[in-house]
Design a protein around this ligand. Structure first.
Ligand code: ASP
Length: 574
């Protein structure tokens, strides 16, 4: 037997026990007659103490060793270690495997650059914080299996070699060797298959599904990622959300011991944008957006007089902190969002200060202060323009200030559903409507009739789960009526030929008895990031890609052998 237990299974209760431990050498201190070794295994670190008379082989950092000995109480406990009250007095010590000097320090605190960490990911993974993250991620998956199994969901795997699925990103495609010139697409999600499973009579499906989207990468995006994907038949929206709330409640409790109060709040998309300036509002703090259109439209400032919407946020106590330099930064920020500038009003003991006062009369200034409820030393920021654009830009400033001013208490979790999204968004650049979720999302019964008269007014039976300002998942009830599906496809600009080519098999299935159905997908990485408290998606993936979508460890993607290309009938254009 190589080991009798994990390092941190041992505690003061085990003093006197004979043990065999294995692991990596985290640190070694040689004090002549005594040698101390910090031994690390998956569970944590324990101190080995080797006294005179015990033969010590050549041992260095990251060697894999086995030590046998007796647990003893330490004279001076080490408060930094879980096992700090004890040590193991070693009787026999053996090297199982040697290690070269590692290119990075293996500890939670490391200054190694991320590309180096990804190149030697197997060493990086020895860092306890990463191991903790992967354990929590595994626990979330475990909760999903347990909960959805208990609730009658059947786990079904769907293909990875398939046709394009309409989630709006670019596909990863795979050439066929058998049919030259034909390509599979890797699934952006199992969307079509899970709906076909409902037509197939499965009623409740789930899958821990791998998805692929060839998008520009960001801190919170990877080319391949995992969804906890679900679909169910014969349920209304409330029933779907209630089942999902049960899963979230269980998961937060069992991974980090946090009690989530259900039912969760439901907020209309319109309110989220209007009040929080975001479709994924962080409701852990206030700083609400306030409509001041009526007041400021009356001013002499053209930027205000012509604006459809004028909104403000009040940053408490920030007036004295807002120097010329800060105003320049705010202006720059507003320009990034396509605005000419930003209205900055400081409320002081002597009244309001702003370069825009010359355009306003006293009453307008007074009304602005009353409406925004700003106090002395508060800062009022104002943007004017098209409603959604104004809201989203102020929403970004709202969030920046909240982070900067420490408004967000650590370890607080705020979950809510955002509902009643618009079904379509109009793309000015493409001059057509696009689906805000995907083309299979059902309109709400109350707004369905606008499909014929004004598609921009149609709301969807879609729902996003938002946690601390992150979209952790989203889904919808689906269209199950062929005529309505056709209508939606037409509004989206798909010709009959497009429909037949892209979704022919899917639309055909709807002709054979389709149950009302709906579903959702949780982003496993997003959920893991929130639960692990990290903003870097690579912290919750064992072998992630870097921001160039490549893997510094394996060097994927790479050129392939010429005969492989020949098999596929592919020529590379330099
Ligand atoms: N397939 C959708 C997505 O990936 C989720 C859903 O509608 O169930 O966002």
């Amino acid at each position: 037997m190589l080991r009798s237990c994990y390092n941190t299974d041992l505690s003061i209760k085990d003093v006197g026990k004979e043990v065999a431990l294995v692991g990596w050498v985290s640190k070694k201190r040689d004090l002549g007659s005594l040698t101390f070794i910090d031994l690390r295994d998956r569970s944590g670190i324990i101190q080995l103490t080797v006294g005179e008379g015990v033969e010590i082989p050549d041992i260095r950092n990251e060697y894999v060793i086995q030590a046998k000995g007796k647990v003893a109480k330490k004279d001076v406990p080490n408060k930094n270690l879980k096992t700090g009250e004890i040590e193991v007095l070693v009787k026999e010590i053996k090297v199982l495997s040697k290690a070269k000097t590692t290119p990075m320090i293996i500890a939670d605190e490391t200054d190694a650059l991320e590309d180096l960490r990804l190149k030697y990911r197997y060493l990086d993974l020895r860092r306890p914080c990463l191991q903790e993250n992967l354990k929590k991620r595994a626990k979330i998956v475990h909760c999903a299996h347990e909960y959805f199994d208990e609730n009658g969901f059947v786990e079904v795997e769907t293909p990875c070699l398939t046709l394009s699925t309409p989630e709006g990103a670019r596909d990863y495609i795979v050439p066929s060797r058998v049919t030259h010139g034909a390509f599979y697409a890797l699934p952006q999600s199992p969307q079509l298959f899970k709906q076909l499973l409902m037509i197939g009579g499965m009623e409740r499906y789930y899958q821990i599904a791998r998805c692929f989207r060839d998008e520009d990468l960001r801190q919170d995006r990877q080319p391949e990622f995992t969804q906890i994907d679900l679909e169910m038949s014969f349920l209304d929206q409330d029933e779907v959300l209630t089942i999902m709330e049960g899963f979230l409640k269980k998961t937060f409790k069992e991974t980090i011991g946090v009690d989530i109060k259900t039912p969760l709040r439901r907020m209309d998309y319109a309110e989220a944008v209007d009040v929080y300036g975001s479709d994924k509002p962080d409701t852990r703090f206030g700083l609400h957006l306030i409509d001041v259109t009526e007041i400021l439209q009356k001013s002499e400032f053209n930027g205000y007089r012509e604006a459809k919407s004028i909104k403000a946020i009040v940053i408490p106590g920030q007036a004295p902190e807002t120097s010329r330099k800060v105003i320049d930064q705010l202006t720059l920020e507003a320009k990034k969002f396509g605005f000419g500038g930003i209205g900055v009003y400081k409320v002081t003991e002597n009244g309001v200060e702003s370069s825009l006062l010359k355009f306003m009369n006293e009453e307008q200034v007074k009304d602005l202060v009353i409406k925004t409820e700003a106090k002395v030393n508060d800062l009022i920021l104002v943007l004017a323009g098209e409603h959604d654009k104004v809201c989203f830009a102020l929403g970004a400033l709202r969030s920046q200030y909240a982070h900067k001013l420490g408004y967000i208490r650590p370890n607080t979790y705020d979950l809510l559903w955002v509902v009643n999204f618009p079904l379509f968004e109009y793309s000015e650049t493409e001059g057509r409507y696009k689906a805000l979720h995907h083309p299979f999302t059902r309109p709400t019964p109350e707004t369905e009739h606008y499909l014929d008269s004004d598609p921009s007014k149609v709301l969807s039976a879609a729902y996003d789960i938002v946690i601390n300002g992150y979209e952790a998942g989203g889904g919808s009830l689906r269209i199950y009526d062929q005529d309505m599906q056709k209508k939606v496809f037409n509004i989206l600009g798909f010709s009959d030929e497009d429909i037949a080519r892209k979704f022919g098999y899917f639309v055909k299935a709807f002709e054979y008895g389709t149950p009302p159905h709906g579903g959702i997908a949780f982003g496993l990485e997003r959920l893991s990031m929130i639960i692990c408290g990290t903003e870097n998606i690579r912290d919750v993936i064992a072998f992630p890609k870097n921001l160039k979508a490549s893997c510094p460890m394996s060097n994927a993607p790479c050129p392939v052998d010429p005969d492989q290309l020949e098999d596929l009938g592919i020529k590379i254009v330099e």
